[in-house]
Design a protein around this ligand. Structure first.
Ligand code: HEM
Length: 240
């Protein structure tokens, strides 16, 4: 259910995710109703879990507003599914399309943490967020006024030719690689260490267990502009 609601909220333009009759608004309402029950339950019977902590959090002695509490539930429930899976599929596609990079990683598994950073840069599953300027400023010669809304384009940052050497080359040993796939600043991704752990575990086990792997069809990309990547990656493989 959470997966469906996540996909309908974050990739609402994709016809496949609309098929079950949902759109971003209806998915958000369904999620709201679901978490309202959990919030009411944990306020009457806190049990020490994360939901109880969020539902009963107080600032200056006051409960957070329902809207804020829902915001926390919503981000924690949705942030970690498609983001991580699109970096797994897109990372594997990067390795399949660049066999010399796959060979390099197989020959030296100690490169895996660096390779995962390159996979995160290469896939950058979160495409954008918005910020509102709090004061007048200038960014790269452009005037920004307090109150202006700015689009943060994470893929643009990840492929910035003024920062990266050959940004459109996939290199498992790229260093330095200070990508912005997890954002930056006070709202930097809270799950970044879990995501890295998942990616490292997945590719370590995959490469150790599989002798050969190749594309067995055309990858399909999510239709959407917020969170996206490869949603189907047909592969053929041989176990060791
Ligand atoms: C490859 C996987 C992931 C990517 C690319 C990713 C990316 C991002 C980005 C770009 C942001 C916004 C940062 C900003 O506004 O500056 C964010 C926020 C967040 N992410 Fe992730 N994320 C990933 C996995 C996860 C996982 C596994 C979790 C755990 C549940 C998670 C939880 C969160 C939360 C709670 C926030 C909000 C933090 C805040 O507003 O203070 N993310 N993530």
């Amino acid at each position: 259910m959470m997966m469906r609601l996540t996909q309908q909220t974050l990739s609402s333009q994709d016809p496949e995710f609309q098929k079950e009759g949902g759109n971003a608004r209806s998915a958000m309402m369904e999620m709201y109703a679901y978490f309202q029950n959990i919030i009411a339950d944990r306020r009457s019977q806190p049990n020490g879990d994360l939901s109880s902590v969020i539902a009963n959090a107080r600032v200056n002695g006051e409960h957070l507003s329902d809207r804020d509490v829902f915001g926390y539930f919503n981000i924690i429930a949705t942030a970690g599914h498609d983001t991580t899976s699109y970096s797994l599929t897109g990372g594997l596609l990067g390795l399949l399309e660049n066999p010399e990079q796959m060979a390099k990683l197989r020959a030296d598994p100690a490169l895996l943490p660096l390779a995962v950073e390159e996979i995160l840069r290469w896939t950058t599953p979160v495409k954008h967020f918005c910020r509102t300027a709090v004061e007048d400023s200038e960014i790269a010669g452009k005037q920004v006024k307090a109150g202006d809304h700015l689009l943060l384009s994470y893929p643009s940052a990840s492929f910035d030719e003024t920062v990266y050497e050959d940004p459109f080359k996939f290199r498992v040993d790229r260093r330095p690689n200070r990508h912005l796939a997890f954002g930056t600043g006070p709202h930097v991704c809270l799950g970044q260490y879990l995501a890295r752990f998942e990616l490292i575990s997945f590719f370590r086990e995959l490469l150790a267990r599989i002798e050969h792997i190749e594309l067995a069809g055309t990858p399909r990309i999510v239709e959407g502009s917020f969170v996206g990547g490869v949603k189907y990656l047909p592969v053929r493989y041989r176990m060791r």
